[in-house]
Design a protein around this ligand. Structure first.
Ligand code: PRT
Ligand code: ZN
Length: 293
């Protein structure tokens, strides 16, 4: 289909108005150089330095707004994208808002295996994904759709078990529930409408993605500087999984050099220890704002 909603040339992006995803999404947008304010008071915000407008919505509504082309892009949890079965393209996983949609039942009850759920009642705000999970296993369950405080329903005898989002598991424990199975691992996704965008908008989306990739790569990396004796350069080069070759600068002290490079954050402590044993000293690590490879 080539229907286009391009009456406006601004790229319209949906973000959660107020909730768990809002601060991190706003940080990300500011982090990639998009300037705006007053997003707490308005439903639509024009950005100052890009042809982008932000629409501030409830997270439940974002997949449909993007699917229908009211917004071109959206930031929303995978749980909402897949629950709404939205016809959109997932462009990126964004590594925040992590949680899982899980099935839980009373800790001291008799429901433990999938088969134990036959004929049981499950309370959930995710009827589509929950129904799909059980029907794929050939298990017949009754669903009660609840929009909040799902964890309390077994105590109220409204349901035998629940299907709900979990992150730390603290809420389940506080309600005497035990997590049994995971239906979906979720994180925030950047989604795009499947309706065709004008070339101008598509170009903006491409630029936006380069910035997001740079921002995410920067978050996963650290700039590292150290001093080392010249004769340990080779062993240090072997330790550093550098992007390209590290920068090596001679120091006034003739047998010493300064080495600068970028390393992945998950290897930082291992690399530090190895560098120290290879003779490096004065090791300094700095966060990186953004990087374009
Ligand atoms: O008003 P609006 O509809 O926009 O917001 P909302 O109230 O529906 O959603 P919100 O802001 O609570 O969550 C937005 C998104 O954050 C969700 O759609 C998920 O993608 C993501 N997310 C990440 C979570 C959690 N972690 C989470 N823990 N959403 C909800 N929870 C709930 C969980 O169900 C439990 O009740 O938080 C409670 C605490 O969890 P535990 O396991 O840490 O105890
Ligand atoms: Zn919601």
């Amino acid at each position: 289909m080539t229907r286009s909603k391009d009456s406006s040339t601004s790229l319209r992006i949906a973000i959660q108005k107020s909730g768990r995803l809002t601060d991190k999404t706003v940080d990300l947008l500011h982090g990639i150089g998009i300037e705006f304010d007053n997003y707490k008071r308005n439903l639509m915000v024009k950005t100052r330095n890009f042809d982008i407008e932000l629409l501030l919505l409830r997270d439940d509504d974002i997949p449909e707004y993007v699917q229908d082309g009211v917004c071109d892009l959206g930031f929303v949890g995978a749980n909402e994208v897949y629950e709404k079965n939205a016809n959109v393209t997932v462009l990126r996983g964004l590594n925040y808002g992590r949680c899982r949609l899980a099935i839980a039942a009373p800790k001291n009850g008799s429901i433990k295996q999938p088969e134990d759920f036959n004929g049981k009642t499950i309370a959930t705000s995710y009827p589509f994904l929950t129904e799909k999970f059980f029907s794929e296993k050939g298990i017949d369950v009754n669903l009660v759709e609840i929009s909040g405080a799902v964890e309390i329903t077994p105590q109220l005898e409204v349901a035998d078990a629940i299907s709900d989002l979990v992150s730390t598991g603290g809420t389940l424990r506080a309600n005497g529930l035990q997590e049994l199975f995971t239906i979906l691992e979720s994180e925030t996704k950047l989604i795009q409408t499947n309706l065709e965008l004008s070339p101008g908008k598509q170009e903006l989306v491409d630029k936006f993605l380069v910035r997001i990739d740079g921002y995410q790569q920067a978050k996963r990396s650290r700039y590292i500087m150290m001093n080392a004796p010249k004769d340990s350069i080779e062993s240090i080069r072997e330790i550093i999984p550098s992007m390209k070759s590290p920068t090596i600068v001679p120091l006034a002290e003739t047998d010493m050099v300064a080495i600068h490079t970028v390393i992945p954050i998950d290897r930082f402590w291992i690399v530090m220890e190895e560098l120290k044993s290879a003779g490096a000293s004065d090791i300094v690590m700095l966060p990186i704002e953004s990087m374009i490879l």
